[in-house]
Write a protein that binds this ligand. Structure first.
Ligand SMILES: Cc1cc2nc3c(=O)[nH]c(=O)nc-3n(C[C@H](O)[C@H](O)[C@H](O)COP(=O)(O)OP(=O)(O)OC[C@H]3O[C@@H](n4cnc5c(N)ncnc54)[C@H](O)[C@@H]3O)c2cc1C
Length: 467
């Protein structure tokens, strides 16, 4: 099926992966003067941004916006198109930002198109061509043709580290001791939900929901449930040790899961997304990944039935959509010049070479009903150092998003989409600065980080002044 002849395409910056981190990188690199190609194996860009989950990591538990720039532009674009629901406090520990995933699809493609980013979809990258410690080209297979994409800078936004690892980078996968990986989840949505009834049920039965986990809220569980009710938006986190879920799991009516995370996706459609299905598999193995879909679809259909029959507010709700793909939380973490550590995130540490910020709680989903969650100290934020984006041993590549250089615990917070977009903006901006030099010996370690930080701040990024 694949021709031996190779077709060469050149640009300044090649990005592998069109999820949240790749989108942030592509927009930043293109707007800072680079010609940019995104390569993705899938049929569209957007990743989990278009799956119905809320964007986390934008606003800390203490309530400060800790990312800006491209993240805010995407939200503004959703707002302009009528698909922005906005910030919501879950009165557990998070401030999330909810959007309509269908509108987000239009916002993402519109911004990329206007920035002049080229897309190479349906295209699988399976190798690199190296010249000493530099990547000379990314080898891509697409429908019987092979391409060599040549560029000054390569950005690995693949989630799995495919590009950096092909170029010789080392990595950890899941738990370094046990190999345990966070489960896969297929998101789905339901329309026709009565939000007031749902929130009233939570207010009157708060033992079913995760509430008040961030102590800085200063409210009892019942007060949190009341505040959630008054907020009036369907952001509910049902927990497996509450009677509602516990009983259904024990009966075998509901699959084993730590949660049913409900988020509004459209006020007009009275639609919410549900984050609950679970399948443990290594997503870097295509065979096991393919096996996940039938089981997750079955769980989703069953969970929709459970919702209709047992969750007040869902009585007349109708299944409306699956996410475009099975969601992958965790695979490989590439080893970089610095590995963001457990303490860095837990303590909310700041770094001189901080180029983005994270603020999501430590959040490791375990198999079955297990779930390890801890808010960042004082509900604050931590810095993502520039060095965590540079894979060891490679001169001209960045690694961003859920495969950037971090411990497992640090990954569990920094993997969320607000942080991925911000990391992407930083890497794309630095890549454009490097590409402009036109110097084939330039190493990304030589980027002037204080200048990079100034450029990022001038383009809206939040790098200083947060708790
Ligand atoms: C079920 C679920 C719920 C979540 N809940 C939340 C939430 O509530 N809020 C939040 O902010 N975050 C949440 N997250 C985390 C977050 O969505 C992801 O960690 C984040 O979107 C990862 O973005 P990324 O750009 O790093 O990678 P991805 O979105 O995984 O994108 C990687 C892209 O690279 C492409 N690719 C990979 N390898 C190749 C290759 N060799 N060739 C071609 N293309 C390739 C893939 O097709 C993919 O499109 C959740 C994740 C999951 C799975």
């Amino acid at each position: 099926m694949t021709s031996a002849a190779i077709n060469k395409i050149s640009c300044d910056v090649v990005i592998l992966g069109g999820g949240a981190s790749g989108i942030g990188a592509a927009l930043a690199a293109a707007r800072n003067g680079s010609s940019v190609i995104i390569v993705d194996a899938g049929p569209m860009v957007g990743g989990e941004l278009v799956s119905g989950i809320p964007v986390d990591g934008c606003i800390s538990s203490a309530g400060e916006w800790v990312v800006g720039g491209i993240v805010r532009e995407l939200f503004d674009e959703c707002d302009r198109l009528g698909g922005y629901i906005g910030p919501i406090n879950d009165f557990r520990s998070l401030n999330v930002v909810a959007v309509d995933p269908e509108i987000m699809k239009i916002a993402v493609i519109g911004l990329l198109h206007r920035a002049g980013v080229r897309l190479m979809l349906y295209s699988f990258a399976d190798n690199v061509v190296m010249e000493n410690d530099r990547i000379a080209g990314l080898v891509v297979a697409a429908r019987g043709r092979r391409y060599l994409l040549e560029a000054s800078v390569f950005i690995d936004a693949s989630g799995d580290g495919d590009l950096a690892i092909a170029a010789g980078a080392t990595f950890d996968k899941g738990d370094p001791d046990t190999g345990e990986l966070q489960p896969l989840t297929l998101m789905f949505r339901m329309v026709g939900v009565d939000t007031e009834r749902l929130l009233r049920f939570v207010r009157d039965n708060p033992e079913n929901a995760g509430l008040g986990e961030f102590k800085g809220l200063g409210k009892s569980r019942a007060e949190c449930a009341q505040a959630l009710y008054e907020q009036g938006l369907a952001k509910v986190f049902f927990v497996s040790d509450g009677p509602l879920m516990k009983q259904a799991i024990a009966e075998g009516y509901l699959h084993s899961s730590s949660m049913i995370g409900i988020t509004p996706t459209s006020i007009a459609r009275r639609e919410v997304s549900l984050n609950t299905t679970r399948y443990v598999a290594d997503a870097t193995n295509t065979r096991t990944l393919s096996g996940a879909f039938p089981e997750l679809a079955k769980q989703a259909w069953q969970a929709a039935d459970f919702a209709r029959k047992r969750i007040p507010g869902f009585e007349s709700a109708v299944f409306s959509a699956f996410a475009p793909r099975v969601g992958i939380r965790e695979t490989r973490r590439v080893k970089g010049e610095y590995q963001l550590s457990d303490v860095d995130v837990a303590e909310g540490r700041k770094h001189d070479d901080g180029i983005a910020k994270g603020a999501h709680e430590i959040d490791v989903h375990l198999a079955g009903t297990g779930h390890y969650r801890t808010p960042i100290k004082d509900g604050g934020s931590y810095d993502i150092p520039y060095r965590t984006l540079i894979p060891k041993g490679i001169a001209n590549a960045f690694v961003i998003g859920r495969c950037f250089s971090s411990s497992r615990i640090a990954h569990s917070t920094a993997r969320v989409m607000g942080t991925c977009l911000a990391m992407g903006q930083a890497a794309g901006t630095a890549a454009a600065m490097a590409a402009k030099r036109n110097d084939t010996n330039f190493d990304l370690r030589q980027v002037d980080v204080p200048v990079l930080r100034d450029v990022l701040k001038s383009q809206g990024a939040v790098l200083d002044g947060t708790k």
